[in-house]
Design a protein around this ligand. Structure first.
Ligand SMILES: [Zn+2]
Length: 210
């Protein structure tokens, strides 16, 4: 039995998702101070072994270093986004945003993985960034899409490597082909479903889904 818990972290209140069993956990996109999350894990005696990033924008990775240090978890993130760490949208520190603490990560290949004893299909869904990934858990009916799609909106594509046409193609080919009742867990804002976004998201009008 897997539980999904949401923590809104950091200055942009990025959705950080904790997936856990009785004793094991993974975290997707710790975008700020993970103190509350660490306390939750300690309270329940849960071991965190894995941190996954959908993409390498500063507001999704701020908590990577401290969370990995305090739990020993390994970080997996898209190699194709590594260049973003050399730009301010990855490194942070611009305007009043905090700097991203340095962390090590390994690439996650596209395809089928076993996380927490569940199948996870890692989907390449570029557009918001070149390396953007979505994590689809068929047994949970859940897909974690980062900043690809939000409820009624899509991610920005005016950052380095962003491309709106590629983003729309990723959504159509990789997300809208999942079962309609699949819950979409986005990087910001409320959850939605594949069916809802396919039919009502204004960015996809006239694409054959409505
Ligand atoms: Zn982003």
């Amino acid at each position: 039995m897997i539980k999904i818990k949401t923590f809104a972290l950091g200055v942009l209140q990025t959705n950080c998702y904790l997936l856990h069993t009785e004793d094991k956990a993974l975290v997707i996109d710790p975008g700020g101070d993970p103190g509350g999350l660490i306390n939750y894990l300690k309270d329940k005696g849960i071991k965190l072994s894995l941190i996954l990033n959908t993409h390498l924008h500063f507001d999704h990775i701020q908590g990577n270093a401290s969370l990995a240090r305090s739990t020993g978890a390994l970080i997996y993130a898209p190699e194709k986004d590594r260049f973003l760490l050399e730009t301010e949208v990855g490194s942070g520190g611009f305007m009043d945003f905090p700097e991203t603490p340095e962390f090590d990560f390994e690439d996650i290949p596209e395809g089928s993985h076993d996380f927490l004893g569940q199948e996870c299909l890692v989907l390449s869904t570029p557009g918001h960034t070149p390396g953007s990934l979505s994590f689809y858990f068929p047994s949970l009916g859940a897909v974690f899409v980062g900043d690809l799609i939000f409820q009624g909106a899509v991610g920005r594509t005016d950052f380095p490597g962003g491309d709106m046409e590629i983003l729309k193609k990723s959504a159509r080919d990789k997300i809208f082909t999942l079962p309609d009742n699949t819950v979409i867990y986005p990087g910001h804002g409320p959850q939605s479903t594949v069916g809802e976004e396919k039919r009502h998201n204004p960015f996809f009008r006239g694409t054959g889904f409505i």
